[in-house]
Write a protein that binds this ligand. Structure first.
Ligand code: KG4
Ligand code: ZN
Length: 349
């Protein structure tokens, strides 16, 4: 990788992430050492609504962001004078939420003269598997071509990386994202919010083969999860609400297994088709233990290294944004301050 100023292995990047309902700031050293990571979650504010309310999310970001940034700097033992770069999420995400992070980052950049990097949130998720804390063994370097699976609340993307920074989305969902499908099922089963972790917990004591949910075929490498959700609705209409916790657990486990099977099937097909040298997992759903174990097994079956983020870095966090910003600046320098935010922002060449 070429490395233009201001980035080198000792440089410090302040990352900011506000694309959805986590206000997160991190200080990263070099390309992957996390010196601090502070995240303020908002689950308690959205719980009563059963989902993230955009206006509530952005107002909360506004309230807490400067405190979160200061806490991250303090935890790293640095001030703005010690930093070399600021990286912030530009999209995809909730526009009102993104605007808070980007406006604050631009303000810091103007006040300090620090260069700014506008980061694609999805690229951040692909970086999570390559981060580490001081004293930990750094994860193996990335190999190319790499195939990434990003499974989150808004995306189920198969991303081919031929060389660093060159992305091609070779598969995506035609309707609901994997996380969205899990969240909707959790709501239907009365398991609460956020749905993915609640469903996983309920599924632990269930039988994944108890109910034969569909694994919709789309051809190629795309996904489709809306039929799965409809199958659960129909099942509940026909059989009624689960009559016991064991029955609820069976439904949760069977549904979760169907989502995981679809994701792994797409990943396997694309990995074979593009003859990749590495698999990478990212996005909030990568915290799911069943998905993680199937991913690890698939990588082993294909004889490829499988990079999986630590649990603490699966969901939205600013360390991954700092890492993506660092790499982006290494490749093409910083961005000018007139960039916009985007609710939809594909990873492109
Ligand atoms: O990446 P993320 O934090 O935010 C987005 O960019 O969307 O992903 C959030 C999604 C939610 O749908 C949440 O239910 C899901 O990730 N999720 C999980 C787990 N933890 C979070 N899904 C399954 N199992 C989990 N343990
Ligand atoms: Zn995310």
């Amino acid at each position: 990788m070429t490395c233009a100023p201001p980035c080198n292995s000792a440089s410090l990047t302040l990352g900011l992430e506000t694309s959805c309902d986590e206000t997160s700031a991190a200080v990263l050293r070099g390309r992957g050492e996390i010196r601090s990571l502070v995240t303020a979650a908002q689950d308690h504010l959205h719980q009563v609504f059963g989902g993230v309310v955009p206006e509530v999310a952005s107002r909360r970001h506004l309230e807490v962001i400067t405190r979160v940034v200061q806490d991250a700097l303090d935890a790293a033992g640095v001030g703005f004078n010690d930093l070399d770069l600021i990286a912030v999420t530009q999209g995809p995400g909730l526009v009102g939420s993104l605007l808070v992070g980007v406006s604050v980052a631009k303000g810091y950049s103007l006040a300090t003269g620090l260069p700014l990097s506008a980061v694609n949130h999805l690229e951040g998720h692909l970086m999570s598997a390559f981060l580490h804390y001081p004293g930990e063994e750094p994860p193996a370097q990335d190999l190319y071509p790499t195939l990434g699976l990003i499974a989150s609340g808004g995306h189920s993307d198969l991303v081919l990386m031929q060389v660093p920074g060159k992305y091609r989305t070779v598969g995506q969902t035609r309707d609901d994202a994997a996380g969205e499908a899990l969240d909707k099922a959790a709501r239907l089963l009365g398991l609460g919010f956020p749905g993915g972790p609640a469903l996983e917990k309920a599924a632990q004591s269930g039988d994944p083969g108890a109910v034969d949910f569909p694994r919709p075929e789309t051809g190629h490498f795309d996904f489709s999860f809306s039929g799965l959700k409809t199958a659960l609705v129909r099942h509940l209409q026909e059989h009624g609400e689960p009559r016991s916790e064991a029955e609820r657990a069976d439904l949760a486990a069977s549904y979760q297994q169907a989502v995981v099977d679809c994701l792994i099937r797409g990943l396997r097909r694309a990995a074979r088709n593009y003859r990749v040298r590495q698999l990478v997992l990212g996005g909030g759903v990568s915290a799911n233990q069943v998905l993680r174990s199937y991913f690890t097994q698939l990588a082993a079956d294909l004889g490829l290294p499988g990079a999986c983020p630590p649990l603490s870095l699966c969901t939205d966090n600013a360390a991954m944004i700092a890492a993506a910003g660092y790499r982006q600046v290494s490749r093409r320098g910083p961005d000018s301050l007139d960039f916009d935010v985007f609710s939809v922002l594909p990873l492109t060449l």
